[in-house]
Design a protein around this ligand. Structure first.
Ligand SMILES: NC(=O)c1ccc[n+]([C@@H]2O[C@H](COP(=O)([O-])OP(=O)(O)OC[C@H]3O[C@@H](n4cnc5c(N)ncnc54)[C@H](OP(=O)(O)O)[C@@H]3O)[C@@H](O)[C@H]2O)c1
Length: 289
């Protein structure tokens, strides 16, 4: 008889994410073990508990999910989890701190449904946040020319450098957007815009977006009013407005949830999966709806 599927939630926050727990139960997993306030010094022993309890052939029925609001903390936990593994003594692991990987994957999967991203020009606004920087990574992976926008050029440059180090051949341009005029200029000639700014911040006015005649797809990830790309409704899902296909945060959210659950299911297909932004995006590419 197959062993129950156990997911071990390692969360860097004081309270482990309820959102991540509910998604895990719905994925579904059989048992969810939740650990909050996880410190790097504790990770090895937590992972030993996963590695040394089941025979090698059964390790695929145990997996680790890393979450929490701090993406840097999650990345450090992931690195420590991987350092703990040796030989066949390992379990699959997924990183989705701040929902950044699943959200970025859902945004880029949605954009790719309306035309090839290869060679397309895409603008990412709020590109320096955990979600935006992953959107940049995934667009670059798909061969898009990406304009990486921030209120600060050095911060945009830092994202470009980090992404270029991960994605060979990435075509990235750092852009400073401190005025509506800068944003309008950044959108000129672009086919795709993805708004990944902080919640409640309008990044583009309705007029600037509507007048960006080259745009084919506009995706806004901010669910808190005012939305990031004005004129888009949060529930928009492939709705045509001003001659472009629009998605709002809730419109993208359905795909995000599907990707999150599918990624958790994939963890149990072997003991060797490491699901970060790129792997989670590939899962999303194969989902319908
Ligand atoms: N739908 C979902 O399931 C889901 C899941 C996760 C996140 N989200 C949403 O995705 C968006 C991005 O998330 P995140 O965590 O990456 O965001 P974040 O880190 O809070 O902010 C992203 C970027 O927004 C820019 N920004 C901050 N304050 C600003 C201001 N006053 N004016 C203009 N720009 C400002 C900053 O870039 P610069 O300082 O470099 O300009 C920042 O790096 C958020 O709206 C979040 O709510 C949605």
């Amino acid at each position: 008889m197959s062993k129950p599927k156990i997911l071990i939630q390692l969360d860097s926050d004081a309270q482990a994410s309820v959102f991540d727990a509910v998604v895990a139960v719905d994925a579904p997993v059989d048992q969810l073990l939740r650990h909050a306030n996880v410190q790097i010094s504790q990770v090895r022993d937590l992972v030993y508990g996963a590695m040394f309890t089941r025979g090698v052939d059964d390790l695929r029925h145990t997996a680790v999910f890393i979450g929490g609001s701090e993406v840097a903390a999650g990345e450090a936990i992931l690195a420590q989890v991987r350092r703990t593994f040796f030989g066949p003594m390992r379990v699959s692991v997924m990183l989705d701190s701040n929902g950044a990987n699943t959200t970025a994957a859902a945004a880029v999967v949605s954009a790719a449904r309306h035309g090839s991203l290869q060679g397309a020009t895409a603008v990412v606004l709020g590109a320096t946040g955990p979600v935006g920087s992953r959107v940049v990574r995934l667009l670059a992976l798909e061969g898009a020319r990406v304009k990486v926008a921030s209120r600060s050029r050095p911060r945009a440059e830092a994202v470009c450098q980090a992404v270029a180090a991960r994605v060979p051949g990435a075509q990235l341009t750092p852009i400073e957007t401190t005025s509506s005029g800068h944003t309008a200029a950044a959108l000129e000639g672009a086919q795709v815009v993805i708004g990944a700014g902080a919640p409640g911040i309008e990044l583009v006015s309705a007029a600037v977006r509507a007048n960006s005649k080259s745009l084919k797809v506009a995706i806004d990830l901010s669910a808190v009013p005012p939305v990031g790309l004005a004129g888009i409704e949060v529930v928009d899902k492939a709705v045509e407005r001003d001659g472009m296909i629009c998605y709002g945060a809730i419109g993208v959210g359905g795909m995000k949830m599907k990707i999150h659950k599918a990624a958790i299911r994939q963890l149990f297909e072997g003991a060797d999966q490491v699901l970060d932004a790129e792997e989670i995006y590939r899962i999303g590419q194969h989902l319908g709806g």
